[in-house]
Design a protein around this ligand. Structure first.
Ligand SMILES: NC(=O)c1ccc[n+]([C@@H]2O[C@H](COP(=O)([O-])OP(=O)(O)OC[C@H]3O[C@@H](n4cnc5c(N)ncnc54)[C@H](OP(=O)(O)O)[C@@H]3O)[C@@H](O)[C@H]2O)c1
Length: 290
């Protein structure tokens, strides 16, 4: 059983450095009729039993079914030992829409609060002040413990904070060895200066890091006796104010990724990877910050 280190902010927000994602569990944007969720729930339970406590989900994943799978996985566990994040989809960002979405997520997850609730991605057609007012209410009523956003650019994040009575503690963004938009856009620096956690999604680029990354990282894999993916995850969480989540339906991926925790690379190696890792992209190819 691993004890997962928490990442902490000065504002006292804490989140496990590494957690489990649920994208593709139970379906994609719609529920997969051929997937009853049992194997996905078992994968989450396997992670919980190994000491992981953070599960990241969203109402959009499998049209709510991923949240039901999370509910199954956490059933009977002490809620205060868990950290559950969910997200409100961009079409539900009106004041009433956010309140209704949160209620739906709680029902599907079978919990009475969320540790972190994120705006999944911006929607220019719905005033941000309405969404934030609803999040502030949920936070004041302790239905959510913390407010966050996802895929927000610096300007929008600053605007969201100006609108909010409560601190916005996190921005969840596409960040890994290849996709460096948070570095290039100034988001990483902004989060660090403003005491905001950067949660990296797609930390392993879905297991598809560029072909020449294996050769590049080989000397470090040998130096630390770690695999490419363990180096990739460790590099992310070695950075102050950065936490991450990976999807691991395959038990061998869970085993491998847990080996990314509990050790540190030399600072010079961390910076060498930052500067020299091959084929870096400056903008997300999936959801660019906006
Ligand atoms: N906010 C957003 O807009 C947003 C966007 C995307 C994702 N997310 C969140 O972030 C989580 C993680 O992102 P992600 O799933 O896109 O990316 P990821 O964790 O980089 O990739 C997961 C994929 O890589 C495989 N994998 C995991 N560990 C591996 C390893 N050690 N070696 C080789 N392959 C490995 C997994 O396979 P198996 O599943 O078969 O083990 C899965 O297919 C999601 O589940 C979701 O919760 C948020």
């Amino acid at each position: 059983m691993f004890t997962i280190e928490n990442k902490e902010l000065k504002c006292e927000f804490e989140i496990p450095a590494f957690g489990m994602g649920t994208w593709m569990m139970g379906g994609e944007t719609e529920r997969d009729a051929g997937n009853n969720g049992d194997a996905d729930a078992a994968a989450l339970i396997a992670g919980l039993e190994r000491g992981l406590t953070h599960i990241d989900t969203a109402e959009m994943y499998a049209a709510g079914f991923a949240e039901e799978i999370v509910g199954r996985a956490i059933a009977g566990r002490k809620r205060s030992n868990l950290f559950i994040t969910s997200k409100v989809w961009d079409t539900n960002l009106s004041y009433d829409g956010v309140l209704r979405a949160a209620e739906g997520s709680l029902k599907r997850i079978k919990t009475d609060y969320l540790d972190l609730y994120l705006i999944h991605k911006p929607n220019n057609d719905i005033p941000l002040k309405d969404s934030i007012r609803a999040l502030d209410r949920l936070r004041s009523e302790k239905i959510i413990r913390s407010i966050g956003v996802s895929n927000f650019a610096v300007k929008r994040l600053a605007h969201a904070q100006a609108l909010s009575d409560h601190k916005i503690v996190a921005n969840q963004v596409h960040y890994n060895l290849t996709f460096r938009e948070p570095e290039v856009s100034g988001m990483l620096d902004y989060c660090s200066r403003n005491d905001i956690m950067l949660i990296a999604w797609r930390p392993l680029q879905k297991g598809a890091l560029p072909a020449d990354s294996a050769a590049f990282l080989q000397p470090l894999c040998e130096k630390y006796h770690k695999t490419l993916y363990q180096i990739a995850l460790n590099w992310l969480i070695s950075q102050p104010g950065v936490a991450t989540i990976s999807t691991m339906r395959n038990p061998s991926h869970l085993d491998e990724n847990l080996g990314a925790l509990g050790w540190e690379m030399d600072k010079s190696d961390i910076e060498f990877i930052r500067e020299k890792f091959p084929e870096q992209q400056s903008v997300s190819d999936i959801v660019p910050l906006s």
